[in-house]
Structure formats: C-alpha cells, structure tokens
Design a protein around this ligand. Structure first.
Ligand code: SAH
Length: 377
C-alpha cells in the first residue's frame, strides 16, 4: 500500500512501529481515535451532515425524548430517590442528553433529583456539550472516565459509545491463531501483519470456534469497560446501552472506517477516519452478568423505541408542527427501519444492565437466550 499523506499521527505511528515492531490492531485503533493531540476525536466534531457519520439523536429529538422517559421510569423503579446521577458515556454533541432532560420535565421530582455526569475524552465535543446543556437547568459535570463519577446509584446511558472502543482481531492459519497487527511496508505504508501463533490469542476465541478454516478472523474487546459499568449499576441503578452489533457470537471481522459518510480503508489515513466495529452483545451480556448485573435484552432498536412510545411522540410532535410532518415521518421511519439487515431498527440493539433488585427494565425483556451459533455476524 502507498504511504499515507504525512500527518503528525502517521509519523508518530510509523516511528513507534519502527522502534517496537508491529502494533496490535487494538492499540492502532485506540491511538487513531484517542491520541490526546492528534486522534480522530481530539481534533474534530465528526457528527452530522458535514462530518463523517450521523447518529440516532442527531436524526431526531424523539430518540432522546423517549430515552428520557426510560430514565424517569427507572428512577421510579429505584424508589424515586431525592438524588440520582444521570450518566452518559460518549455524549457526542450533547443532543441526546438535552432531549432527555427536556422530556424529563414531565416528572418534576425526577428533574430535581438529577445530577448529570458526562464521560467524554474529546475536548472538541465537550465544548459542544457545554453549548447544548448550558441552559438545561441541572448540574452537569464532565469526566474522562466512568471511574471518576462518584460511585452511588446511577442511571447510565450510552449510544454508539462501545462501537468506538478498540477491538482485537485474531486470524487462524495452519499453525494456530495469530494476533492481527499493523506493520510497515518498504514504502512507509501501513499494512496488516500477523503476530506469531500464540496459545494465549487462541484462548480468546470461544472454544466452539477454535477449530476453524485458515483465514477465519475472530474479534473481541477488553472486558474492563463493560465490567466497570455493570459493577456500578449492580449496586444500584441501571444502564441502557444502544449500539450497532450482533447477538449471535461468531467469527467475522466488522472493523470499519467511515469518512465523509462513505466507507474508507482503516489503514489509509490514521486519525482522519472514524473507526468502529460491531458490538458483540453476547460477550457484553456475559461480562455484565459475571460482574453481578441483571441483563435485560438485547432487543432491536425498533422494538425498544416503539415500546417506549416513539410513535405516539411522533404523532404529538406532528400535531404541534404540521409543517414538519414529512421530516418527522422520515426520521421515525429511519430509526425504526427493520426492512433490511442494515436498517437502524434492526442493526442497532438495546441492552439493559441493572441492579438485580430492580426487576425488568422499561422496553426490555428479561434475559438473553442466544449464544454462539453457526451464522457469522
Ligand atoms: N453518543 C453520541 C456520540 C457517539 S460518537 C451520539 O449518539 O451522537 C462516540 C462518542 O464517544 C464521542 O462523543 C467520543 O468523543 C466519545 N468517546 C470515544 N471514545 C471514548 C472514550 N474512551 N472515553 C470517553 N468517551 C469516548
């Protein structure tokens, strides 16, 4: 591959690979997205039409509004405490939180109890969040990690957060499983390489899949972020995680780069494209359960949003703003689309993690029934 255009991040990655050898894919992804000066999120607001991708809260205010109702219902299930933390992981432009807080006005006791905490590493997006939430009328604090949020009962939401966390990939060859790493070609371009056959890497592949043809790829994420989230809510509160991904665990690679709303080469321009990969909801549920949380769902996004009343909300919004009827209809159809595998209503899933004492969470059925299957994601 030809060398990418020079950039501070490409230079830094090239030097690091020259000094230390090929970089595990997860480290590559972490640096491309999260390098504090030159990473993708540190240097831009990637959302919206002028950016690289559009998320559900940016499609319609209805998305955040019904999640606000979800949070209010969970607060009631918690016994309507006089103080509760509402935490969002990776809040983007702050749009979803602003919409949630507006919807929360229907329950003044809930709004009065709220302390909002935003977990965000991007200074550019934190600034956008300050603009969106400046007039919200509730206390808002920013943190770089969930561990910094005071550890008491919390309602936690995350939309398109986990897909941005680094993935590891293992590739099977005749002599075993190898970690996928990023190396350098003679022209200074970045290329995919394989580490040595490694039994430790093989152990990360579910036993069911270890005997697989050469070329099979398996992807996974570190468990720590999900475990930390689950441990926290297991002691009081609940979390709602919405993301694109699969429930049936199996081999296959899903890492993708998006630039200007089109797919790009994940190695071509480090730090200039969004890198994400499917969330493995089976693995997420297993980690959360092991950490002591009750797991609810996952369900398709369409199912959650309909259950939370998004269609009634759309009708009310249209009645108030008849001139916006077409726009509201189109947004609703996009959020609820289950007609294709990539429709948002189907590709995106919602899973609830909660204090087992709370019982079922709004919009989510109890328990996950699927496991490793023979269908690739
Ligand atoms: N939830 C928003 C934004 C999704 S984009 C929406 O739906 O529109 C991913 C968000 O996660 C961005 O705000 C990004 O800056 C943030 N982010 C990515 N990695 C992070 C990390 N390790 N810790 C905290 N925030 C992170």
């Amino acid at each position: 591959m030809t060398a990418p255009p020079p950039s501070p991040l490409a230079d830094l990655l090239r030097r690091r690979i020259a000094d230390e050898g090929p970089l595990p894919l997860a480290d590559w992804m972490a640096l491309c997205l999260g390098h504090p000066q030159h990473g993708y999120y540190a240097t831009r607001d990637p959302l919206g039409r002028a950016g690289d991708f559009v998320t559900a809260p940016e499609i319609s205010q209805m998305f955040g509004e019904v999640l606000g109702l979800w949070a209010a219902a969970v607060w009631q299930q918690m016994g309507a405490p006089s103080s509760v933390r509402l935490v969002e992981l990776g809040p983007g432009r702050g749009t979803m939180m602003a919409d949630m807080l507006r919807a929360a006005r229907v329950l003044p006791g809930f709004r009065a109890a709220l302390r909002v905490h935003l977990v965000e590493t991007s200074p550019v997006l934190a600034e956008r969040q300050r603009e969106s939430l400046g007039g919200a009328g509730v206390p808002v604090a920013w943190h770089r990690d969930l561990a910094e949020v005071p550890n008491d009962p919390a309602i936690i939401v995350a939309n398109e957060f986990f897909d941005a966390l680094p993935v590891h990939q293992a590739e099977k060859s005749r002599d075993g499983w190898h970690e996928r790493r990023i190396g350098l070609d003679p022209d200074g371009g970045f290329v995919l390489t394989l580490g040595p056959a490694d039994p430790k890497i093989a152990e990360r592949v579910p036993e069911f899949w270890r005997i697989a043809p050469s070329g099979t790829v398996f992807e996974w994420r570190d468990e720590a972020p999900v475990a930390a989230l689950a441990q926290r809510v297991a002691r009081g509160g609940a979390a709602l995680v919405i993301d694109y991904g699969h429930v049936d665990q199996g081999p296959g690679e899903t890492l993708q780069a998006m630039r200007g709303h089109a797919f790009a080469d994940p190695l071509a321009a480090p730090g200039e494209a969004d890198l994400t990969a499917h969330v493995d909801f089976f693995a997420l549920a297993a980690t959360a359960r092991a950490a002591g949380a009750a797991v609810h769902g996952p369900v398709g996004q369409a199912s959650l949003l309909k259950d939370l009343g998004i269609e009634a909300r759309a009708a009310a919004l249209t009645a108030k703003n008849p001139e916006r009827a077409n726009e509201i209809d189109a947004a609703l159809a996009r959020l609820l689309d289950t007609t294709t595998k990539t429709g948002m209503g189907r590709l995106f899933k919602a899973i609830g993690l909660g204090d087992p004492a709370l019982g079922p969470l709004p919009g989510l059925p109890a328990g996950l029934t699927t496991g490793p299957t023979e269908t690739a994601p």
